[in-house]
Design a protein around this ligand. Structure first.
Ligand SMILES: C[S@@+](CC[C@H](N)C(=O)[O-])C[C@H]1O[C@@H](n2cnc3c(N)ncnc32)[C@H](O)[C@@H]1O
Length: 504
């Protein structure tokens, strides 16, 4: 594993300055950038090689595409660290006057408020570069799940954050922008070495956040400690006995027990008001929510819970996905692929697993009193990024609603959110539409069926009149008793406030 002194890290940083996500795209072009997203490196290699001695092109070839650089090109790419420094620190292996990177180093852009920060995230080179199936102790770079977790994380200034299963350290990097201390844990010593490298390279962009890295499984390394935020993109993949296992995706427990453990145990490690957010897979037999409800009920610390299931794959789809991820493909080894595929299907069939759900879990230890939130829902569509601000606003709205009587709600002047549109459906010849839909452009992109009264209510929410005044005016207009109108509207208004259609 590469080891960088503070001086070497500063030299490397000088060399990487300006080599950002945009710079890589500028070198390789749109077509190659899209191909990279499909794990195809050939178009990017062609473009970067064609760019000759351009420093960003050389860095892209070296650290993103795994290309071999001559000694002279290495010196151009790394003028401060130098080719010798890159070899001495273990970043590059030299053979016959040419060097190949031993780590993948990928630029990553994040938002710090309105300001963009650029990081470089080290990891093991991915399969597209090495051409070989990954090893069991492979340390992943930033992937789709990493960015999804980063996107959904509720980011508020906090004291202590736990990044469980830190890997390349990407969640810890994000947490550094709003935390005083980040405890980053991993069962893998190699992963922790990468996380240390991440910290060393990116230190000036991490504000003053202190990193504390600890080796150990799940919550063991933080026994007796509490946090304001726990984030984890854990090793949640469900691997049947006998199928190939990988440290980065299998937590060493059976079935979906990693997610169960986090749901049962995370609450005890949260300060009052603290939030835990993680991704996971869960086995589905019948209704997907019942298994998660059982785990939530088993937490010794009663918790608010919001689970968003993003996807559900049947056992065959799941097996194909994770066998491909492991580099076990019919093209490489047809017999091994068939055997492993059968192992998955037989194991799922034997335990009655009909499908495997994937989603994001948010747990919150109530600041005072008992939990008030238990929401398990499905959302398969695209999500805006970042989604965390919407989740935070929705939690705030939920808390306000929980302590607001119907009378107080009717006294509030509400405003329809700017991203809400009204859609009407019906046969062209009908004067009145058969269906009215209120649709959210941002957030979770929800749509709500509305009747004339509700659509009229939302249409009148301009922040001037109170909800009660609008409800009474509608009652008169539609010739409905005021009590009936108010009684019918209040539950719907609560839902609309909670989900961000209406703003206080
Ligand atoms: C999917 S990777 C996530 C890496 C990174 N946090 C991210 O968001 O991309 C899961 C990480 O969990 C680690 N891990 C595996 N089993 C673990 C366990 N039982 N306890 C803690 N970490 C574990 C792996 O080594 C790996 O670094």
């Amino acid at each position: 594993m590469p080891q960088l002194s503070a001086d070497d890290a500063a030299r490397l940083r000088d060399d990487l300055a300006g080599w950002t996500v945009d710079a890589v795209e500028a070198v390789v072009g749109d077509r190659a950038a899209r191909a990279l997203g499909r794990e195809q490196i050939t178009p990017a290699l062609m473009a970067a090689r064609d760019a000759g001695a351009d420093r960003h092109a050389l860095l892209t070839r070296l650290f993103v595409l795994g290309d071999v650089l001559s000694d002279a090109d290495l010196s151009t790419a790394l003028p401060a660290l130098t080719a010798d420094g890159a070899a001495r620190t273990g970043l590059v292996a030299m053979t016959d006057g040419a060097g190949r990177a031993l780590v993948q180093l990928s630029p990553h852009a994040a938002a710090d408020g309105d300001v963009q920060v650029d990081w470089w995230v080290p990891s093991d080179p991915r399969e597209a570069i090495t051409g070989r199936a990954v090893q069991p102790d492979h340390v992943l770079g930033v992937g789709g799940a990493s960015t999804m977790l980063a996107s959904v994380t509720v980011r508020r200034p906090v004291g202590r954050v736990l990044d469980l299963g830190t890997g390349c350290g990407i969640q810890a990097l994000h947490a550094s922008l709003h935390a005083d201390q980040v405890v980053a844990t991993d069962i893998s010593r190699r992963a922790l070495a990468y996380a240390r490298l991440s910290e060393a390279i990116n230190r000036p962009a991490l504000r003053e956040a202190a990193w504390d890295m600890r080796e150990g499984s799940l919550l063991e390394p933080v026994e007796g400690e509490a946090f304001d935020l726990i984030v984890s993109n854990p090793p949640f993949v469900i691997t049947p006995p006998g199928a190939p296992r990988f440290e980065y995706r299998d937590g060493g427990l059976e079935g979906d027990a990693v997610v169960e453990t986090l749901i049962r145990e995370a609450g005890a490690h949260l300060h009052p008001g603290g939030i835990a957010q993680f991704l996971g897979n869960w086995e589905i037999r019948g209704d997907w929510t019942s298994r998660l409800e059982t785990w939530l009920d088993a937490s010794p610390v009663p918790l608010d819970a919001w689970v968003i299931q993003r996807d559900a794959l049947d056992a065959a789809e799941y097996a194909e996905t994770w066998l491909r991820d492991a580099g076990i493909t019919p093209e490489r080894d047809a017999e091994r692929f068939r055997d492993a595929y059968e192992t998955y299907l037989r194991a799922f069939d034997a335990t009655g697993v009909e499908a495997i759900g994937f989603g994001a879990v948010l747990l919150r230890r109530p600041m005072h009193g008992s939990p008030t939130l238990r929401r398990l829902e499905e959302h398969e569509g695209a999500l805006p990024s970042p989604l965390g601000p919407h989740l935070a606003a929705s939690l705030d709205a939920h808390d306000w609603l929980a302590q607001t009587s119907d009378e107080a709600l009717l006294d509030a002047a509400l405003t329809v959110a700017p991203d809400v549109t009204k859609e009407t459906y019906g046969r062209p010849l009908l004067v009145d539409p058969e269906h009215l839909l209120l649709r959210q452009g941002g957030a979770l992109g929800r749509s709500i069926k509305a009747d004339t009264a509700l659509a009229g209510f939302v249409g009148a929410c301009d922040g001037e009149l109170t909800a009660g005044q609008i409800a009474h005016a509608l009652a008169a207009l539609l010739d409905v008793p005021a009590g009936t109108m108010v009684g019918g509207l209040v539950p719907a208004i609560r839902d609309l406030v909670r989900d961000g259609f209406l703003i206080r």
